[in-house]
Design a protein around this ligand. Structure first.
Ligand code: IVH
Length: 686
């Protein structure tokens, strides 16, 4: 077993560190299978760092949280060469004229990870968390393909060391997984960073292994001073067998740094990983100490972020999508153009005003920009290169899907198709919204399936979802469905009957009733009967609701078809009232305080934090203003928010700071007592 393990470790090292395949993939898999079989037969002899751990198999129910031995800080960001010049001046001043050099590295867009190696063995992987403590995700980290489970022995290797690096999903893997998910009607992963961070939080390490994560190491920490410079550290990491991207360079002047920045501006798209900038670090470690840290980040390093990637291409056509509320949204069809690592073929045009403001014509050469998210946008037209045959865009006057004349209500940016009851894309989108994750979250019934069932006439309304169980025999004969997926789907539908009233209310897709408003209305009225009976003026007084929303809700309930729908949902057993007592506030600790949540949080979802704040009497606010009590900053919060908060002197706190404000710290507010799955009395509604 030991010989097999060593052989496999060696083959892994050759493959991932040196790009050498000594054996075929099949032979590798055969050796791995042989070791796995031996481990099953002799479990006592299985080693924690066995190469079989890469395929996962262990389940972590709850990730333990541990403090970091060295805090995991973040870097200051800059967006211009001038900022870099200022950084260099600060360094120069701080070092009092002594000569210095920098190391430039790519800034990998993934998830920061701390790895502990004791006596050469990987013993722990911990997420960044709030920077002072993180989650132990060792089993998941062991599945990272290119990460050595033990280090190559090298003289003077510290016996206990911590490696820091970025875990990422390689771009090809991201593209492949999304193609598979699309084929299986599963929700797509938003971007490689989210995909990596989501994968690391999975409980089943076999599932993590399937996400094929990778890592690049960029720093090493050990008690005492082992190396003189960061560049020596990177060389040592490489010698230990850790994956270090060979893109780093030592630069002896700011001019060198700027040359590196320019060189990688385009070349970075040839890398297997998403990058969003360059990290510039003072090379000499003594000089790093001399410069020290601010409260949040080192003074000896900075991140230069590349501007959003822009490209030029031709506008081939404009298509019009009809959304859930009937809004008609123009979409630009573009000649395919490579942009920020993917090929862009479509971009949003937002609305008619936007087209007019750009003065856009079909055939124009346009500027396309891709920011952090996946949907690119058109930011300009190159008028000098307008072809004579370019055709002005004539906004449609009739719905492209159902032919109904479009309306543009006063003060609205969108043209709308008013045919709410008969326009197919609207009906379909309402179904999609009802089953979506934030609404009824019906397992096995994704957007694609819903669309397909709609096309087959199986789902004219959301209430018909609950009649699908009577049509099982018919459903299993559908192509690509099968008994198992239909049973999953029916089980998911059954389970959704336990979803709380506020989710159902949100799922109904009443205009302007988003998640927050749905929660407020549900909490205030507690049943759909009470809500349906409420006069608009009264509803408008509920916090966060207001006149326009209230009027929309009242109009919705006046429609006989909607009343029928509610009655059918009621008969199906969907929760149309909150069960149990009105939840008492967990405390009044946050009464009078308002919060904006921004970014991604380590321990709680944003929804959980919102509920937690509200359950302690605090309020969630929509935007940053002088009156705001706190901005709670998660990972990857946009720089604009931070700047605004700083300018308005709003305190910026972390998730941990927020939790510390609460008595009984950290226990998320539960659902209403009694759960929400109990049968409810039949109410007479209308
Ligand atoms: S060095 C004191 N080097 O960027 C922080 N970070 O805000 C030292 N990152 O969370 C970090 N590539 O996860 C460093 N080559 C690189 C990096 C890198 C990506 C991430 C890291 C950190 C964030 C900095």
């Amino acid at each position: 077993m030991q010989a097999l393990a060593e052989r496999l470790h060696h083959l892994n090292y050759q493959y991932y560190q040196n790009d050498v395949s000594e054996v075929t993939d099949q032979d590798f898999d055969r050796l791995l299978a042989e070791l796995a079989a031996l481990e099953t037969a002799h479990p006592a002899l299985a080693q924690p760092n066995s190469p079989t751990q890469r395929v996962g198999g262990s389940i972590t129910k709850q990730f333990a949280t541990v403090p970091h031995r060295y805090p995991m800080l973040s870097l200051g960001n800059t967006y211009s060469e001038d900022d870099l010049r200022e950084f260099d001046e600060r360094v120069q001043k701080g070092l009092e004229g002594a000569p210095y050099a920098y190391v430039c590295e790519l800034k990998f867009d993934g998830v920061a990870m701390s790895l502990r190696y004791e006596n050469g063995q990987l013993t722990q992987g911990v997420t960044r968390g709030d920077g002072t403590k993180g989650d132990v995700v060792t089993a998941n980290v062991r599945t990272i393909r290119n990460l050595p489970l033990h280090l190559r022995p090298v003289p003077n290797q510290p016996p206990d060391l911590e490696v820091r690096g970025e875990v990422f999903m390689p771009l090809v893997v991201f593209a492949e997984l999304n193609a598979e998910r699309e084929a299986n009607n599963e929700a797509l992963l938003a971007n490689p960073r989210n995909a990596a961070s989501g994968a690391l939080k999975l409980q089943d390490s076999a599932q993590v292994a399937a996400r094929r994560l990778s890592l690049f190491a960029y720093s090493l920490l050990a008690p005492g001073r082992t190396f003189g410079s960061h560049s020596e550290t990177l060389e040592a990491l490489t010698a230990y067998g850790l994956p270090v991207s060979d893109t780093w360079r030592r630069c002896t002047s700011l001019a060198d740094v700027l040359a590196f920045v320019h060189e990688w501006e385009r070349k970075r798209f040839t890398l297997p990983v998403a990058t969003d900038g360059i990290v510039i670090k003072v090379d000499n470690l003594r000089q790093q100490d001399q410069l020290g840290f601010t409260a949040k980040s080192p003074r000896w390093a900075i991140a230069y972020k590349y501007p959003a990637e822009a490209g030029r291409t031709r506008l081939l056509a404009v298509e019009y999508n009809v959304g859930r509320t009937g809004a008609v949204v123009p979409v630009a069809i573009l000649a395919p153009v490579p942009l920020a690592g993917t090929v862009v073929k479509r971009a949003t045009l937002h609305n008619a005003n936007q087209i007019e403001a750009l003065g856009l014509r079909v055939g124009d050469l346009v500027l396309v920009e891709k920011g952090g998210e996946i949907i690119p946008k058109i930011t300009g037209v190159v008028l000098a290169e307008r072809p004579v045959e370019a055709v002005p865009i004539v906004y449609p006057t009739a719905c492209p899907a159902c032919g109904t004349a479009l309306l543009r209500p006063e003060g609205e940016v969108h043209f709308r198709c008013p045919n709410e009851r008969g326009c197919p894309p609207q009906l379909k989108a309402r179904l999609e919204h009802y089953v979506s994750r934030k609404a009824l979250n019906i397992d096995g019934l994704g957007a694609e399936t819903v669309g397909r069932f709609f096309d087959l006439g199986l789902l004219p309304t959301v209430a018909d979802i609950y009649t699908l169980s009577t049509r099982r025999a018919e459903l299993v004969t559908l192509e690509r469905m099968g008994e198992k997926s239909i049973d999953n789907l029916l089980a998911g539908i059954e389970k959704s009957k336990a979803a709380s009233f506020d989710k159902v209310l949100f799922g109904l897709g009443i205009r302007h009733v988003g998640e927050t408003v749905a929660r407020k209305l549900a909490a205030h009225y507690r049943s759909i009967a009470a809500l349906a009976a409420a006069p608009a003026a009264e509803m408008a007084a509920v916090p966060e609701v207001g006149g326009i929303i209230a009027e929309g809700v009242a109009v919705w309930f006046r429609e006989p078809e909607n009343q029928r729908l509610i009655e059918r949902l009621q008969a199906a057993g969907v929760q149309l009232a909150l069960t149990g007592e009105a939840p008492a506030l967990a405390s009044k600790a946050l009464t009078g305080k308002s919060f904006v949540l921004s970014g991604v949080f380590e321990h709680h979802s944003r929804e959980e934090l919102q509920r937690l704040i509200e359950s302690h009497g605090g309020k969630i606010s929509g935007s940053i203003s002088k009156k705001l009590s706190y901005l709670v900053a998660g990972e990857n919060m946009g720089p604009a928010k931070r700047e605004k908060a700083v300018a308005m002197k709003v305190p910026i706190i972390t998730e941990a700071d927020l939790l510390a404000l609460l008595p009984g710290h950290g226990s998320p507010a539960g659902e209403a007592p009694g759960g929400s799955a109990q049968p409810q009395p039949q109410l007479s509604l209308f």
